[in-house]
Design a protein around this ligand. Structure first.
Ligand SMILES: [Zn+2]
Ligand SMILES: [Zn+2]
Length: 428
């Protein structure tokens, strides 16, 4: 550890030790006052007030909610991102800090992420000698498609930064444990709606019309089948239909039918080509049936592909924060996370913050979701130390030369082998 990280990291540890109660109460305030994506006005004002109180100068994002604040000055610049929005779910918990807003809940742990990044900003603002700038981004609307991260990237607030870090609550691992993974950690998820139309007719005379139900059946089985022979299986691309609708009567061929499904993929480059590939496969299969076809393809979020060097910085910080006994290899999730958009402009890494405090597992996106609040201090120490290590690393030219451009720093598809984090055992 370099002396500056050692000194400032120890000071952050002390700050966390004496601010545990304040961190819990911040999280509980946010938890009790959830707001939906792009409507986080009270949350944003609350954060502004806290940051100003500690001598910082937050700036609102152009969307009106969410903000960014620089701690320290000069280069290098490292980004820490926390998402601030809640979900349209009823809070089912009987706790003093339960949601005060009907039908809204912080069921994805974004109250924890916000508290962690706020904690890092306040803790670092109290220290002298920060070796650069830590840019804290409080991002709106993570739960929307394509996600508030697109607005953050478009607004230019990431300009000049060298890398970005974030964390996400993980209720499957205990509080005090951190999960890391190099390469894809979350999946892209797009949606495809296919509508077929034809003249319709009597089931006695299919030769005089287009058998629309038969055509739908061909799409249902042939498109996923052809897809599996058109893409590299290591990209993890899959099409799964979730809905099929056509017809009413047993003896009438319908004029219209619809399929709906999701396309998930772990590889960024494969995701970029997914829409064109899906359209061409659907059109090719539909052409053999004579049905007219219309494809509505809705792009979701890209996969989060963790940069190896950024993960190495997180890992160093995690070892100092929780030790090797509490560091695990995170499995890939087929869920989506809009932090992947940040990788359009810089290398990124997302860590998993264990939040399980015993008892039955409390999954994300459920009205019963809650965390063991000891995780908050762990998150502050992890992200603060990660930022410090990143500032030091990005300031000093390494022995292997300057870091390559962002676009070549990502790992190959599915490449998690031989990376330091993978020396950690799989969790049981
Ligand atoms: Zn979520
Ligand atoms: Zn989330």
């Amino acid at each position: 550890m370099t002396p500056v990280v050692e000194k400032l990291g120890a000071a952050v540890d002390e700050w966390v030790a004496s601010n545990q109660a304040a961190l819990s109460s911040t999280r509980r305030h946010l938890h009790a006052h959830p707001e939906l994506g792009y409507a986080e006005f009270e949350t944003t004002s609350f954060l502004e007030q806290r940051l100003r109180h500690h001598g910082l100068t937050p700036r609102r994002l152009p969307t009106g909610t969410g903000l960014t604040v620089d701690v320290g000055s000069g280069g290098p610049v490292v980004v820490l991102r926390g998402d601030i929005d809640a979900l349209p779910l009823a809070d089912l918990k009987d706790v003093p800090y339960a949601s005060t807003r009907e039908g809204l809940a912080h069921a994805c742990g974004h109250d924890v992420h916000t508290t962690v990044v706020l904690g890092v900003a306040v803790a670092l603002a109290s220290l002298d000698g920060l070796p650069g700038t830590v840019r804290c981004v409080f991002q709106p609307a993570e739960e929307t498609v394509p996600g508030g991260a697109t607005e953050v990237v478009a607004s230019g607030v990431l300009d000049g930064a060298s890398r970005a870090f974030a964390l996400h609550c993980d209720p499957s691992i205990p509080a005090g444990t951190i999960g890391l993974r190099t390469g894809p950690i979350t999946a892209a998820c797009d949606r495809m709606d296919v509508t077929l139309t034809g003249p319709g007719g009597h089931t006695a005379r299919p030769q005089l019309t287009v058998d629309l139900v038969d055509a739908l059946g061909r799409l249902i089985t042939d498109v996923p089948g052809l897809l599996s022979r058109q893409v590299d299986p290591r990209t993890g691309m899959s099409l799964v239909w979730g809905a099929v609708n056509a017809g009413v009567a047993a003896n009438a061929i319908p004029q219209r039918g619809q399929l709906r499904g999701t396309v998930r993929v772990l590889d960024r480059d494969a995701w970029k080509g997914a829409e064109e590939l899906m359209r061409s496969l659907v059109e090719r299969v539909a052409a053999t049936t004579g049905a007219e076809v219309d494809v509505d393809y809705i792009r979701g979020v890209p996969p989060v592909v963790n940069d190896p060097r950024a993960v190495a910085l997180l890992r160093t910080a995690a070892l100092e924060t929780v030790g090797s006994d509490h560091l695990v290899l995170s499995p890939q999730s087929m869920g989506g996370e809009d932090f992947g958009w940040f990788a359009d402009v810089m290398p990124i890494a997302l860590a998993r913050l264990g939040t399980h405090g015993g008892g039955p597992p409390l999954d994300l996106h459920r009205g019963t979701f809650d965390v063991d609040e000891r995780a908050i201090g762990v998150g502050v120490r992890l992200l603060a130390r990660t930022a410090l290590h990143a500032l030091v690393a990005d300031a000093a030219p390494s022995s292997t030369g300057p870091p390559p451009p962002a676009r070549t720093r990502r790992p190959a598809p599915g490449d998690t082998a031989g990376r330091p984090v993978d020396e950690e055992p799989h969790r049981g």
